[in-house]
Write a protein that binds this ligand. Structure first.
Ligand code: SF4
Ligand code: SF4
Length: 155
């Protein structure tokens, strides 16, 4: 379900423009408000929804669950650790859902450049820089290579 901006809420801060992996959130040069220039190319990742400090980005619901006239409001609620969805139907019914934002504490993910520079030996392993910490292991599990005793091999 692609996104669209509620221009009465948007203040043109550009957070959604910076975060959109599809580069389709743009600031209108006249109105200084963001808009989704190409909904067909929207990944529906909702990074813009989560990033918007004004809760100004709404989602176009698919016709199978939200027929014409509905409204889908998505809110980021970091204090509760959830993204909440409120769907308001034409007949007045309201449905609400809440999903956890993430499984790691807010701001705890390190950027690649924050990891220590690997030493020469690290380039010979299959281990990624974050894996010892993230997986709580010193080495990746591997299949044991069993050698067949010489006697058994001849039989
Ligand atoms: S949902 Fe994702 S791809 Fe679509 S406009 Fe927002 S950030 Fe861009
Ligand atoms: S992040 Fe929200 S307030 Fe900022 S430009 Fe985008 S829609 Fe507007």
């Amino acid at each position: 379900m692609p996104t669209y901006t509620d221009m009465t809420r948007c203040d043109g801060c550009g957070e959604c423009v910076d975060i959109c992996p599809s580069d389709i959130m743009h600031i209108d040069p006249v109105y200084r408000r963001s808009y989704n220039i190409e909904p067909n190319f929207c990944w529906e990742c909702y990074s813009c929804v989560k990033a918007c400090p004004q809760n100004a980005i709404d989602v176009r619901g698919y016709a199978d669950f939200a027929p014409l006239g509905h409204k889908v409001r998505v809110l980021r609620e970091p204090e509760k650790g959830v993204i909440s969805w409120k769907i308001r139907y034409r007949d007045g019914r309201i449905k609400e859902f809440a999903f956890p934002i993430r499984t790691t504490p807010w701001g705890s993910i390190k950027a690649a450049g924050e990891y220590e520079k690997p030493d020469a030996a690290a380039f010979g392993t299959q281990m990624l820089a974050h894996e010892p910490t993230a997986l709580h292991i010193d080495a990746l599990p591997t299949l044991e290579q069993k050698t067949i005793p010489a006697k058994q091999a001849k039989a």
